[in-house]
Design a protein around this ligand. Structure first.
Ligand SMILES: Nc1ncnc2c1ncn2[C@@H]1O[C@H](COP(=O)(O)OP(=O)(O)OP(=O)(O)O)[C@@H](O)[C@H]1O
Ligand SMILES: [Mg+2]
Length: 354
């Protein structure tokens, strides 16, 4: 990989509320990356529901608009899937050779994934380090539904781009963290990407991930609660959530609704972290690192810090990325919280297999 001349890819994050694009330049020789371009184009909430593409035309249009908005020329892209259509499992199997492993994996996968093996694409990676059981090895198994892969790659193709690589949101998130904070100590931390409908959680020890989970909560919960309580439209609720004024609605009416959803989201994240702690005794999470558009909801960060009693820091996807000339610091700052997945994707290369 180090000497790879494989083409660099444009990171294209097809989120249910917005399309995000990031283009990086690899500066080579371990010098890191330069940010060449980035874009965000909002997507109507009916276009992708629960991770399923309901209106492909709208998604195609929005992808095209996002590319055009910042004149992004690259057309080989990396995308990612998340949610129910992806299963990630660490499995322990009798140690075998590489060749044998390729044959064994589909059989092993059958026991661990809730889908027919015929219906999924399987990827795997042998994990370094000793397995818990003598004579066994740990393998990271990833299964993604073929129909989902097909739905997502086909909107990309229809938008005139070449889908070269399909990743998984939590891995792209982890990748973004490693690129930017790879040298930070050995403590366990939870990376939490809070989107519109999904929250991706990756727990890392040092830079090794030890747990992954997608939970079905996110920014839409705020919009739904504000809409219902105050009898408003999705768009009005969206503005209020972002702290913008909406005619005739005093902010005091909105604050308690947002606070209660902050509590709800915190509780859902806590369920996941408690599950991790119960299944991985002896590990303490020492820090939360938050990303995703919804990490900017007023007071969510404070609510999480209070609930978990640990520091909560925003992930800066450009912490170690040089920002190219011609990009306004305001744009980079404004989009920063939303583009972690796209940054993680943009550092992938054609031919990377995860
Ligand atoms: N400034 C802000 N304040 C509050 N919420 C915000 C802000 N900016 C964006 N959001 C919310 O963040 C969410 C979008 O975040 P993001 O782009 O990470 O999600 P997504 O990738 O589109 O969704 P998903 O991954 O769940 O399909 C939306 O719910 C949006 O309302
Ligand atoms: Mg997302």
């Amino acid at each position: 990989m180090f000497f790879s001349r494989a083409k660099s890819l444009v990171g294209l994050d097809i989120g249910s509320s917005a399309i995000k694009i990031v283009e990086l330049k690899d500066l080579g020789k371990g010098k890191g990356y330069q940010l060449l371009n980035l874009a965000l184009e909002r997507l109507s909430p009916e276009a992708i529901v629960d991770g399923a593409i309901m209106d492909a035309g709208l998604v195609v249009d929005t992808i095209q608009r996002a590319f055009a908005s910042r004149k992004i020329k690259g057309s080989d892209v990396a995308i990612a899937l998340s949610g129910h259509s992806v299963i990630i499992k660490k499995i322990s199997i009798p140690a075998t050779s590489e060749e044998e492993l390729a044959e064994v994996i589909p059989w092993e996968a059958e026991q661990y994934i809730p889908f027919d093996v015929e219906d999924v694409n399987l990827a795997y990676q042998v994990l370094k380090g000793a397995s818990g059981d003598e004579g066994n090895m740990d393998v990271l198994l990833v299964a993604a539904k073929k129909d989902k892969i097909n739905d997502y790659t086909s909107v990309v193709s229809q938008a005139g781009k070449n889908p070269q690589l399909v990743d998984v949101d939590v891995f792209a998130l982890q990748n973004c963290y490693e690129m930017n904070y790879g040298d930070e100590g050995d403590s366990a931390k939870a990376l939490i990407n809070i989107g519109a409908s999904t929250t991706n959680v990756a727990i890392l020890k040092g830079t090794t991930s030890i747990f992954w989970r997608d939970i079905s909560v996110g920014g839409n919960h705020y919009n739904d609660a504000v809409r219902k309580e105050l009898n408003l439209s999705f768009e009005q609720a969206e503005s209020l959530k972002r702290g913008e004024e909406v005619d005739g609605i005093p902010i005091e009416n909105v604050t308690p609704i947002i606070a209660s959803v902050n509590d709800f989201i915190g509780a859902e994240i806590q369920k996941t972290i408690d599950f991790f702690k119960n299944t991985t005794p002896g590990e303490n999470i020492e820090k939360l690192v938050i990303a995703g558009g919804s990490s900017r909801v007023p007071h969510l960060r404070e609510a999480l810090a209070e609930r978990f009693g640990v520091p909560v820091e925003p992930l800066n996807p450009f912490h170690k990325v040089q920002v190219g000339r011609g990009l306004s610091p305001e744009l980079v700052e404004e989009l920063g919280s939303s583009v972690s997945i796209a940054v993680g994707l943009a550092s992938r290369r054609a031919g990377d297999n995860r």
